[in-house]
Design a protein around this ligand. Structure first.
Ligand SMILES: [Zn+2]
Length: 95
């Protein structure tokens, strides 16, 4: 699985027209909470902690929206996928 810093809902006008990099949900990635307005990460004092671009990839564990997850075909060469994952969303990724 890859995590995309720009979620793609697959339903908005941008996603429907093949321009998922403009997904309406992308406007909410810098707010802190998840798309539903809740926080999934908390510090030791139970304070809410925002996840950068909804991902929080610098943590050991994370919870992300399903529209930020990209399922990969197991046939992909994972040594190359990790490079793609670090740079962009693969065009052929199923949504
Ligand atoms: Zn969308």
């Amino acid at each position: 699985m890859l995590m995309s810093f720009i979620p793609a809902c697959g339903q908005c006008r941008w996603c429907s027209s093949g321009q998922s990099y403009l997904c309406d949900n992308g406007a909410y990635t810098m707010r802190g909470p998840q798309l539903d307005g809740t926080f999934r990460v908390h510090d030791k004092k139970s304070n809410d902690v925002g996840q950068f671009c909804l991902l929080g990839t610098f943590s050991e564990y994370t919870v992300i929206p399903d529209i930020s997850a990209i399922r990969l075909d197991p046939a992909y060469d994972m040594t190359k996928v990790c490079i793609v994952g670090a740079r962009s969303r693969p065009v052929s990724a199923p949504l």
